[in-house]
Ligand binder design. Structure first.
Ligand SMILES: *[C@@H]1O[C@H](CO)[C@@H](O)[C@H](O)[C@H]1NC(C)=O
Ligand SMILES: *[C@@H]1O[C@H](CO)[C@@H](O)[C@H](O)[C@H]1NC(C)=O
Ligand SMILES: *[C@@H]1O[C@H](CO)[C@@H](O)[C@H](O)[C@H]1NC(C)=O
Ligand SMILES: *[C@@H]1O[C@H](CO)[C@@H](O)[C@H](O)[C@H]1NC(C)=O
Ligand SMILES: *[C@@H]1O[C@H](CO)[C@@H](O)[C@H](O)[C@H]1NC(C)=O
Ligand SMILES: [Cu+2]
Length: 596
């Protein structure tokens, strides 16, 4: 009958056979004890209502209006190795404060995050670095968290404090940007929520709903296999994920474990549970925190109103399925309009045509107030067949709530996606003609700060000088979809579709969709634009771990003279590099991939 049949048929009960500590360590995500948001307004009420005062999502430009609240949101992260069994199959992980998924960081728009990271990864030791996905990091490009680009990695045994403004509002996540540490559910990620003006009304903020593919093998081994010469029989460019998780939980069918694999495995480890209040409208913050899988999210018996994509509030629209590639988010509103004793399945399926997975269908249970939480829901799935085109919702549907018309661009360039086999027989991805490889000891931004703008080709730096705006055309003739992520900006997505761009057509030219990750379909293209108001070195890369490990990455250098002249560099950046240099003097770092 298979895993899903057993769960859906109620044969495997909804009562977990493992404790929350065994599956997720110190995390409470996915349990009925998980708190509603915001957490801090109850702990730490603000004196005069909301700190953004009279600013609204409709009238105020989010890129220039962030208040300066003076409030610091401080968090302390200790990172070390551990062992948990998120789906019942025990695996080695790297955890933040012992929790998988990691702890929430939460702020009001205009607050300052201050996050101290203690790298206690040992046996073996590894560097690390954390990226705060989707924030602009204006005037703080040093704290973007990309090793070999904005910082040296945080050396084992060292600590580093990231300090940056919550400059946009909405739902996002933080994750390690060191090699593929965040993914394969080695664990290094968690939710980042910033409260700001609303563009739609709701009653209850249910918080993050993190969707992630799970790999039972540790990232290091998988990345190693993806970086072997193509002729090597063990070369695996795209390993299959083993399972799919909602808030770090799902059941696994241990009878499918390979013969000879003696890893402890427990059936029916437990799925995530959510509470709905009858008659109320709930905000769910959907985040694809996975490494490869494109998720198709539905809730049985309920439609969803999409109110934001990434950090961009939208003119609300209704759908029964939301598609999210790694790195992407959607805020959705769901009204609990069924009977008060009802229960429904929440589902997230990894697209079978666009991604690589063995068991891609995740389930979680939603219980209305009077429902029996010890019983499985018996609801029927939405009729939402996968179109198999590996595309986000049509750009004509996704209209930003705050309107911005892009100017005629100062410069237009192609950064096309391709792959090849290099001189030593390795498979590499290229973006704009080059494959990328970081040098952990020489962050590009720190050199730019010293007015050094000549770099090795493998750092793939595109220098846009003082151009006031940049338009980038990304043609993707190959057979894979790529979720392309730009740091430091929201991209204005001018067009996406199949074939190459016609060079003319723009969807909603007066107010195109903006977001920080956009899917480019196989055999297709997308075109984006941004204004260069943020001096820095901004990564532009695919968010699929195997692809970015294989070099599908470029550095977009913006207003280089201003980096050197206008953006004061904290001295701690130099100290971090000295710590890393000291560490690498005595320990050889096995950089098995692009490094990011
Ligand atoms: C979802 O929306 C569609 C289209 O508006 C509508 O036909 C359908 O009845 C809605 N379903 C639910 C459960 O509200
Ligand atoms: C997800 O998978 C389930 C089980 O195969 C199926 O019933 C459902 O229709 C799928 N949903 C989507 C959105 O593909
Ligand atoms: C080819 O790519 C692999 C993997 O990135 C790298 O280790 C190797 O040095 C590259 N070979 C050449 C000749 O650049
Ligand atoms: C700039 O940095 C590169 C990479 O480290 C180095 O090779 C080059 O010599 C530097 N140029 C100057 C002028 O210092
Ligand atoms: C604009 O960008 C192009 C492409 O990188 C570059 O060649 C040119 O020098 C830039 N122009 C200015 C004024 O910086
Ligand atoms: Cu990719």
């Amino acid at each position: 009958m298979g895993l899903l049949g057993n769960i859906l048929g109620g044969l495997l009960g909804i009562v977990a056979t493992l404790s929350q500590q065994q599956t997720n360590g110190n995390s409470v995500w996915g349990t009925l004890q998980s708190p509603l948001l915001p957490l801090f307004l109850t702990n730490n009420p603000l004196p005069n209502g909301f700190p953004w005062g009279l600013l609204t999502a409709k009238a105020n430009n989010p890129y220039t209006s962030a208040p300066n609240t003076g409030v610091i949101r401080a968090y302390d992260f200790t990172i070390n190795r551990g062992q948990i069994a998120p789906d019942g199959y025990q695996k080695d992980v790297i955890l933040i404060n012992g929790a998988f998924p990691g702890p929430l960081i939460e702020a009001n728009w205009g607050d300052t995050f201050q996050i101290t990271v203690h790298n206690e990864i040992s046996n073996p030791e590894e560097g690390t670095s954390l990226h705060w996905h989707g924030l602009l990091q204006k005037a703080t490009p040093w704290f973007d968290g990309v090793p070999g680009v904005s910082e040296c990695p945080v050396a084992p045994g060292s600590s580093f404090t990231y300090s940056f403004k919550a400059d946009l509002y909405g739902s996002s996540w933080y994750h390690s940007h060191y090699s593929a540490q965040y993914a394969a559910t080695d664990g290094l990620f968690g939710p980042m929520i910033i409260h700001g003006p609303k563009n739609a009304n709701y009653d209850i903020d249910l918080g993050p709903v993190m969707l992630s593919d799970l790999y039972h093998t540790e990232y290091f081994k998988l990345v190693e296999a993806s970086q072997l010469p193509v002729a090597d029989p063990n070369f695996t460019p795209a390993p299959l994920s083993d399972n799919n998780l909602i808030n770090g939980k799902m059941n696994f069918d241990c009878s499918t474990v390979a013969a000879g694999d003696k890893t402890p495995c427990q059936n029916n480890a437990g799925v995530s549970k959510f509470k709905f209040t009858t008659g109320k409208t709930h905000l769910l913050r959907l985040i694809n925190t996975g490494g490869e899988g494109i998720q198709r999210f539905t809730i049985d018996g309920h439609n969803m109103t999409v109110v934001a994509n990434d950090f961009v509030p939208l003119q609300p629209y209704t759908t029964n399925v939301v598609t999210l590639a790694p790195g992407q988010r959607s805020d959705v509103l769901v009204t609990a309009n069924a009977k008060s004793n009802s229960a429904f399945w929440m589902r997230s399926n990894i697209s079978a045509t666009c991604s690589f997975s063995k068991q891609g269908n995740a389930l979680a249970a939603i219980y209305y107030d009077k429902a029996d939480t010890t019983k499985s829901p018996t609801s029927t799935a939405q009729n939402a067949p996968d179109p198999g085109n590996c595309q986000n919702d049509d750009l004509s549907l996704t209209v930003p709530y705050y309107s911005i018309t892009p100017p005629s661009p100062a410069v237009t360039q192609n950064l096309d996606i391709a792959n090849s086999v290099n001189a030593t027989g390795h498979f590499v991805w290229t973006l704009g003609g080059n494959t990328f490889r970081a040098n952990y000891n020489q962050p590009v931004l720190l050199l730019a700060n010293q007015k050094n703008y000549s770099y090795p080709a493998e750092w793939n730096v595109k220098n846009y000088g003082t151009n006031s705006s940049v338009r980038v055309i990304v043609n993707n003739p190959g057979p894979a979809a790529h979720p392309m992520h730009l740091h430091g900006h929201n991209m204005e997505i001018l067009h996406q579709g199949t074939g190459n761009w016609d060079g003319v057509t723009i969807t909603n030219p007066n107010n195109p969709q903006r977001r920080d990750v956009q899917l480019v379909p196989p055999g297709g293209h997308f075109v984006f634009q941004y204004n260069t108001d943020n001096p820095g070195v901004w990564p532009f890369h695919c968010h699929i771990i195997w692809h970015v490990s294989g070099g599908l990455y470029a550095n977009l250098l913006e207003q280089p003279a201003s980096i050197a002249n206008d953006v004061p560099i904290p001295m701690v950046m130099g100290q971090t590099c000295r710590n890393w240099a000291t560490y690498t003097n005595t320990d050889v770092v096995d950089q098995i991939d692009s490094g990011v």
